[in-house]
Ligand binder design. Sequence first.
Ligand SMILES: Nc1nc2c(ncn2[C@@H]2O[C@H](COP(=O)(O)OP(=O)(O)OP(=O)(O)O)[C@@H](O)[C@H]2O)c(=O)[nH]1
Ligand SMILES: [Mg+2]
Length: 295
Amino acid sequence: MAIQWFPGHMTSARKKAAETMAVTDVVIEVVDARLPEASTNPLVHELRRHRQRPCLKVLNKSDLADPEATKAWIAWYNQQPGVKAVAISSKVAGEVARLPSLCQSLAPHRNDNVKPLRMMIMGIPNVGKSTLMNALVKRKIAKVGDEPAVTKSQQTYQLSVRQSITDTPGLMWPKIEHDSDGYMLAASHAIGRNAIIDEEVALFLAGLLLQRYPARLAERYGLTVAEMDAVAVVEGVARRRALRTRGGEPDFEKASMVLLQDYRDGKLGRISLETPQTRAAMLATAVEQARGGTV
Ligand SMILES: Nc1nc2c(ncn2[C@@H]2O[C@H](COP(=O)(O)OP(=O)(O)OP(=O)(O)O)[C@@H](O)[C@H]2O)c(=O)[nH]1
Ligand SMILES: [Mg+2]
């Protein structure tokens, strides 16, 4: 199944983002630290490159991500030209407070009231852009919520006479190239529920967890994971939580939601859905498949 989600308001949001980019000095691109590349919108790069704007890549929600993977991603992004990467949790004031000076270092010439530093927060839905905005301005000026497309229009705030910051609506792009990216985005709640099938997404997540974090599944749900496949994991969750259909069968739908919600809330521990290595392997397989190979 290929997941696509590009609701109507995003066409005008994209246009507005391009306009604001013209009067922006540094782009704060927020991604989800658990899936940094899958949650990177290629449109942001395109808009940024068109205007030659530097980027502070913020791997947000790092409190939920695997610290080893995050470290590898930071090194990976810091190799990209015009990019500086940092991992934070927008819920921790001390970590957020580091961002303005990092942005300043990317545009040192914009540092007074004649040429103030203009920062723009961009990224896909639900990665924590508005949470970050509120933490930067130290007031609750933007609405936040654990669902995609909470913010519908841009909002600019003057941090001081020398610095301004703009929050923008989450932006998707018209076609998600790799199915696994769509699943990771859906698992992390970046995509509207009408565009996804929770059970398929939960199966994807169960398969990934079996491969990379089997001990967490065993710990949380008391499962003997050694011989299990993804379907057995979801069934196991249903059994352990006594989730049954009217006919007495394991309730796959409810168990899928439990697994997804536990991952979203960090109840399975700190988990990263991709690393630079798994990403490279996925892309190599995709290239092989496109060539008609048998991988
Ligand atoms: N654990 C954790 N949760 C976070 C963090 N930052 C944001 N959140 C949560 O993520 C959810 C989405 O946050 P928002 O700030 O509304 O996300 P957004 O990017 O503005 O979303 P849209 O406006 O829909 O594009 C909320 O439930 C936040 O509490 C973080 O660093 N760590
Ligand atoms: Mg928002």
